[in-house]
Design a protein around this ligand. Structure first.
Ligand SMILES: [Fe+2]
Length: 252
């Protein structure tokens, strides 16, 4: 999958591009079925503190999900965007994230995920339609370039201008004039940097809101989810080829 210069420029200046989902309908359907099979088992499991539960759920899907993430076209695309000769898979997850985050608010507030300034490309695909009352992702294009303290102040002022229930507000949800709502559904794939400020709409629908998300990191950064791979795939990862271990950020 080759991107145009305009797409790459858009990624860097606005923090995202949206591409047609390169994964086949069959591959998406297989992950959909697997997720539904895994979730009841996963919800009964207990994980050590250094293991990310949604990342563990993703790894439990095994080969079909590895194939999806190791998609050569996507890896080439990430290398092209980051202008590097190889990438590593890091920081990933599968499941209904609206169950785990957002708490009673049923909504995730404005934030940016920094990963310690890692050069990275984030991928996000929906297994269900995330729109309207189903907590769609909201992003503010270009906000990854803004000074953090200054931008936070801007969000705070917008919140105050909405006359929030709690004054001063503890969380920041107010509409930003530049925000866009990503209606994530299987035909599209979001390719973005989570350094771009983002939040979600409110989750009032009872529909599923499942997502698969992962990052391609430029080389030279530690995979923050290495412990999750070692724990969840114990007995499996040891048999992986050196190349695959490297791709998943496992040090020899
Ligand atoms: Fe985030």
């Amino acid at each position: 999958m080759s991107l145009t210069k305009l797409q790459i420029d858009h990624y860097h200046s606005r923090g995202f591009i949206v591409i047609p989902n390169p994964l086949s309908d069959e591959a998406m359907a297989e992950i959909d079925t697997l997720q539904k099979e895994i979730e009841p088992r996963w919800s009964e499991m207990e994980f050590p503190g250094n293991v990310n539960p949604l990342a563990a759920q993703m790894l439990m899907a095994g080969e079909p999900i590895f194939e999806m993430i190791e998609n050569p076209g996507l890896i080439e695309m990430a290398k092209e965007i980051l202008d590097v000769d190889r990438v590593e898979i890091a920081a990933f997850g599968m499941g209904d994230s609206s169950l785990a985050v957002g708490g009673e608010q049923k909504q995730v507030q404005w934030h940016s995920d920094n990963f310690g300034n890692v050069k990275q490309v984030a991928i996000r695909v929906g297994l269900d339609r995330h729109d309207g009352d189903n907590a769609p992702l909201r992003i503010i294009p270009g906000s990854h370039k803004r000074d953090v303290a200054e931008f936070k102040q801007e969000l705070y002022e917008n919140e105050m201008a909405s006359c929030p229930e709690e004054i001063p507000p503890k969380s920041l949800f107010a509409k930003h004039p530049d925000e866009i709502e990503i209606i994530l559904d299987t035909p599209i794939m979001l390719v973005w940097t989570a350094n771009c400020w983002h939040s979600t709409g409110k989750k009032t629908s009872t529909r599923l809101r499942r997502v698969v998300t992962w990052h391609y990191f430029a080389p030279g950064y530690d995979n923050p989810f290495q412990a999750t791979v070692l724990h969840t795939l114990d007995g499996v990862w040891q048999k992986w080829s050196g190349e695959r271990k490297k791709l998943w950020g496992l040090s020899e």
